[in-house]
Design a protein around this ligand. Sequence first.
Ligand code: SF4
Length: 342
Amino acid sequence: MTTLEQPAVCTLDCPDTCSLTVTVDSGRITKVRGSDALPLTSGVICNKVAHHSAEFVHGPARLTTPLKRVGPRGTNRFERISWEQALDFIYARVSEVIGSHGPEGVMPLNYAGPHGMLAGDSISLRFFHKLGASQLYRRSMCGGVRSEAWAGTYGLVPGIGPEAAENAKLTIVWGNNATVANLHLVRKIRMSLRKGGKLVVIDTLRTKIAEQADLHIAPRPSTDVLLAFALAVELKRIGAHDRAFIDQHGLGYDAFRARADDWPLEKAAAECGIKADDIRTLARWMADSDPLVIAPGNGLERGRNGGSGIRAAIALPALIGRLNATRGIALGAANSIAKSMA
Ligand code: SF4
């Protein structure tokens, strides 16, 4: 029996991209543990990958060959075919469609996978462009709103990695069930708390991370944009807007302020269903805390105005000039690096 310890990276659809050490006995995974190769994840991985990877790869539910449908749709009748047969079948069918309808008769329907730099359509997009296939606008699916909100606010400027939270004087976890979905961020937050940092959680639900916060603000769903506007107004009132930073790096400040000014603190608090004093407190802490880190999650985008909520929230560090490589908006590890489709 040959036992190997292989360095690897988690292949699941998760931005932390944990580095792994995988023990393989005679071609079968017997153990998966975190490795130190990626400093952010440094040996800590989630339970599902630590305990269920072998079943995921070798278990009875794993597809090991392509399946071809042999009955009417919906009857769940498939037969196993080889990879060569599958490729021949796809080639013949795609060629037939292109011959009859042109290349735009082919429409790729794909989505995310691993979050490494080679994922996220980096290869498939090139292939389908070359083919001349139709381009499905799929940005409205999960994560797309957040990506558009980021691109519309900061373009290709990257966010910062979750490790920035370690030295934050204030971390704001916004719409992010971090204990469950962002475990490496939580480790960094705990380190900052041990150094005297503060934690604020903005979440409709009383999540576990909310229970550990110095302040939990629970706005009504989809009112995040109003809360962010009220914070902008209050930050202005206490003199925290950084005009020099805004003038040097920003566009649209006056338009943003005009919209935000419609939502002074008391009015926004009533609409959000929260205490005006909590907005006051958070604005004061933001003004006094440097580094400041905001860690938004997918929760923010789950609403009709989710993109607006994200844009208003992530604009706040720019208003007070807290935006550089060590402070600002913490995104998932791989997502902190802006990716271009080019
Ligand atoms: S936390 Fe994410 S990247 Fe890390 S092992 Fe779990 S699923 Fe994979």
